[in-house]
Design a protein. Structure first.
Length: 301
């Protein structure tokens, strides 16, 4: 393992995995009472405001936003507005743990997309193997819904997968922001995606007609926006600065177990044997994609 991953950065990584797993948990609570598009808007708006306060005009944020607002709109659409909406709509019918497992296929789609749209990230035999194993896990998760025995409708299972594809597109598109301070990129895309989802929420949900939510729903929305989005971005950037992007990407393996644990403890969710098998295959595929386990074994040999 990279020697920059010390006890402190490992603890930050575990905390981030719990927080991003918590986003599926908080969404499961909130989406039962707040329409998905309005929930997306509230999450993005509150997180954007929090990040603007955190940045406090540093990093030359406003000239950057003004100069590149079109690119931030695209990034906000494919990295925030669209995937969040897909996941929340899916979570109206599936639990937090299952949604997190399906969305954990993001690195697989990122690798596949990058192979076709970039010249420096082509598929290798290890990447192909990792993708095939991960996609097999996705099929295992979805296949029960193709028969009458499935508890969840197929469309609800496919939406988090489509969200993962959108995140994969965003990961490739986001490379053009590599020379921009990461907090500015986060604040810019959240601001843009808030503007995108505002009219959708107003037209589709007419939020002013919705009943006043209970306190636990308000807390879930605030936690989703401020903890699992704004604070999570800040934490992710800190891990990247301390341990590098590759080590930070290990959080992908930690999010589903966190979401499952929270769902089991507080929402009474249970995973079937097929869902555990699918999660194991997706996790194994991600380990193959990451490649470090193989390198450690090779060095040990």
């Amino acid at each position: 393992m990279d020697n920059r991953m010390n006890a402190w950065t490992w603890s930050l990584l575990l905390l981030l995995g719990l927080i991003w797993g918590g986003s599926f948990f908080f969404a499961s609570i909130a989406v039962q009472h707040v329409p998905p598009l309005t929930l997306v808007f509230l999450r993005l708006l509150l997180a954007a405001i929090a990040l603007h306060i955190y940045i406090a005009s540093r990093f030359g944020i406003y000239p950057i936003l003004k100069a590149r607002w079109r690119e931030f709109l695209i990034l906000g659409l494919i990295n925030n507005a669209l995937p969040h909406a897909l996941i929340f709509f899916g979570q109206t019918r599936i639990g937090a743990g299952l949604a997190a497992i399906l969305n954990a296929t993001t690195p697989i789609w990122t690798v596949l997309i990058a192979n076709y749209v970039t010249s420096d990230e082509k598929l290798t035999s290890a990447k192909i193997a990792g993708c095939l194993v991960g996609l097999a896990g996705t099929i295992v998760l979805i296949s029960p819904s193709l028969s009458a025995s499935g508890e969840a409708p197929l469309w609800a299972l496919l939406l988090p997968v489509l969200a993962a594809v959108s995140y994969g597109l965003a990961a490739t598109y986001g490379k053009r922001f590599k020379n921009i301070p990461a907090p500015v990129t986060a604040a810019g895309q959240l601001t843009a995606s808030s503007l995108i989802t505002l009219p959708l929420s107003l037209l589709a949900d007419r939020p002013w007609t919705l009943p006043m939510p209970l306190l636990n729903i308000v807390v879930a929305v605030l936690a989703l926006a401020l903890v699992s989005t704004a604070f999570a971005y800040i934490l992710y950037f800190r891990i990247m600065a301390a341990a590098g992007a590759t080590n930070a990407s290990l959080v992908t393996l930690l999010v589903p177990p966190s979401a499952i644990l929270l769902g089991v403890l507080f929402l009474g969710e249970r995973l079937t044997l097929a869902e555990f098998a699918g999660m194991a295959l997706i996790g194994f595929g991600l380990v193959i994609l990451d490649g470090r386990a193989y390198r450690l074994l090779a060095r040990a040999a």
